[in-house]
Design a protein around this ligand. Structure first.
Ligand code: ADP
Length: 563
């Protein structure tokens, strides 16, 4: 700066005076000290001459930190700064540089030498000569990327929380979260959820329409060969992982399909973060955030943010699941009440009908044929038996719920129980062929009435759902030295694979396939509970052909039933 030139506006960049003791900002601070402070500051201080030609006259060492270019690179190339600014920002930038912008600081996006996007705050003031003509500008440039990012992230979290609080649908939640995350925090975002048997990639989002084809392929490329090592590590350790610069191997994170991986590599992945979807200690899956070439390289601050976003998404998914389960349970209860009312009403209506017929005959003084009386009494016995069984089922469910169902155990041969249950089933006269086959005595320590109840439930179902005259087999044997097995096989319609676990739920009845028969959806639930109370299990076994096979296992007599 010329001595003759007195800046009228804004800051003045001190030039080293002839005598270093002169010109110091204040008596306590030497010129050298002031200069050191400026040179080592995290910001950049500069002077830009407008006459006689436009060029930087001074640039502090902060240039290296802020833009990645050393001051001499700047001084040698006057167009360097403008080349770093996006074309759409050039008019504003030009106004700032030439002192035509208001004195208010302005933030402009520029590209750092390493290619990453930065937000720079420019605070320029005009330097005028005696005639009031602007001859230069002096400015302070600060990298406010972190601040800008922090406020962007706060806005992102609040936008995500807002949409999540309004949604109870899992698919919508995932779409909303990823839609907010890209492009504000990631160029690509993927969500993988743990299912019953495996991890499924359920959502993939990208900010750039040019990547639509790759994203579409990624969406369909399931993690068929199992999750990548990276995903497995995140799920096992339940902590996020940052890959600042992924290797080709780490791109396995996306897919095992080599061709798709090549496409991803061509797009260029700069860095990625995989964060667990955790609610309290429950792990729901993982979320992957990807920054592509020219995007920011994620750092540890981004990892905490990714963790926060994933936790937010996880609790929204959890709430959605909980509310859909609660909704389903409420619906199931409603259905159960109507089914139970119907099931109880039918035999009672029949009973009343039979009673009324007898009453009418008695009041008319008609003699009643003893054979007719026998028929009515048999029907009465059957209908009251049905009501009693239904009420017993309801009582059992409530006893199981409150833990008050007691077992009177005794050592008994399972074949004896099977034969008892088969005889009672034959006595119903359904026309089915019921056989018991046993490999010999299979001694168990059980409550015989309760195990008979399990078999009766299974036989009742085999009769209810299987056509007349077909065979029903009860096989009794030992699985090994510790376990007894009793299997009930029918030749009925079978149970669809997707229903096979749910039929053990309370009140659950298959709505399609098997014809609707009487029942409250409690038989299998009660059967499994009874088997488990004995330390056993009830499962459905796959059948080669049509039919259903239920297998009950129980500990053999000398086994500890509690195990
Ligand atoms: P319910 O008393 O209503 O039959 P269960 O708990 O015993 O209730 O059975 C639940 C469901 O499982 C039934 O609604 C039926 O659809 C199906 N199911 C059970 N056993 C059989 C079987 N042997 N064959 C076909 N479907 C069956």
């Amino acid at each position: 700066m010329d001595d003759a030139e007195t800046p009228r506006v804004g800051l003045s960049i001190p030039q080293q005076p002839q005598d270093p003791s002169e010109g110091a900002p204040c008596p306590e601070m030497s010129w050298q000290r002031f200069r050191d402070l400026v040179e080592h500051a995290g910001f950049l201080l500069c002077r830009y001459d407008l006459t006689p030609e436009r060029a930087f006259r001074y640039i502090s060492a902060g240039a290296g930190t802020v833009f990645g270019y050393a001051p001499n690179e700047w001084l040698a190339n006057p167009a360097l700064l403008t080349s770093m600014v996006d074309a759409s920002d050039l008019p504003t930038f030009e106004a700032v540089l030439t002192g035509h912008h208001s004195a208010e600081p302005i933030t402009i996006a520029v590209r750092h030498k390493d290619g990453s996007p930065r937000w720079i705050e420019f605070e320029f003031s005009a330097v005028t000569d005696e005639q009031g003509v602007t001859v230069a500008t002096e400015g302070i440039l600060r990298d406010v990327t972190a601040l800008r990012r922090a406020s962007d992230m706060r806005r992102l979290v609040s936008a995500v929380s807002k949409t999540l609080s309004g949604s109870h649908d899992e698919d919508h939640i995932l779409q909303d979260v990823t839609r907010h995350v890209v492009p504000r925090f990631a160029d690509w975002c993927m969500v993988s959820l743990l299912g019953e048997h495996q991890l499924r990639r359920v959502e993939v989002a990208s900010a750039d329409p040019a990547h639509a084809a790759v994203i579409e392929r990624l969406r369909h490329a399931q993690l068929a060969q199992g999750p990548s090592e990276l995903l497995t590590t995140v799920l096992r350790t339940r902590t996020p992982v940052l890959i600042a610069q992924p290797t080709a191997d780490q791109l396995l994170e996306f897919t095992h399909d080599a061709d798709l991986r090549d496409q991803i590599q061509a797009v260029g992945v700069r860095s990625l973060i995989v964060a667990p979807l955790l609610v309290h200690d429950r792990l729901l899956g993982a979320m992957t955030f990807v920054s592509l070439a020219h995007g920011p390289r994620y750092d540890s601050g981004d990892v905490s943010f990714a963790e926060e976003l994933a936790a937010l998404a996880a609790s929204a998914i959890d709430i959605a699941r909980f509310s859909s389960e609660a909704h389903e349970a409420a619906q199931l209860r409603e259905e159960f009440l109507s089914v139970a009312a119907h099931e109880l009403k039918t035999p009672i209506t029949n009973l009343r009908g039979l009673g009324q017929v007898l009453m009418r005959r008695l009041s008319r003084g008609t003699t009643i044929d003893p054979e007719r009386v026998r028929e009515v009494l048999t029907a009465l016995d059957q209908q009251t038996g049905k009501v009693t069984r239904l009420i017993e089922q309801l009582l059992d469910v409530s006893r199981m719920r409150y833990g008050s169902l007691e077992l009177n155990r005794t050592v008994i041969d399972l074949t004896t129980i099977a034969e008892g249950a088969a005889n009672s089933a034959r006595a119903l006269g359904s026309g089915h062929n019921i056989h018991v086959s046993s490999t010999g005595p299979v001694m168990v320590l059980v409550d015989p009435l309760r195990i008979e109840q399990v078999l009766t439930n299974l036989l009742d179902n085999a009769i209810k759902y299987g056509p007349r005259a077909q065979s029903i087999t009860i096989d009794v044997d030992k699985v090994d030295a510790t376990q007894a097995r009793i299997a009930v096989t029918d030749e009925g319609p079978g149970i669809p694979v997707e229903e096979r676990e749910r039929i053990f739920d309370r009140f659950y009845q298959v709505r399609s396939g098997a014809r609707k028969a009487s029942g409250m959806g409690l038989g299998l639930y009660i059967s499994r509970q009874i088997a488990e109370m004995h330390g056993g299990t009830v499962v459905i076994q796959d059948m080669q052909q049509a039919g259903t096979r239920f297998v009950v296992t129980l500990p053999l007599q000398d086994q500890d039933p509690g195990k």
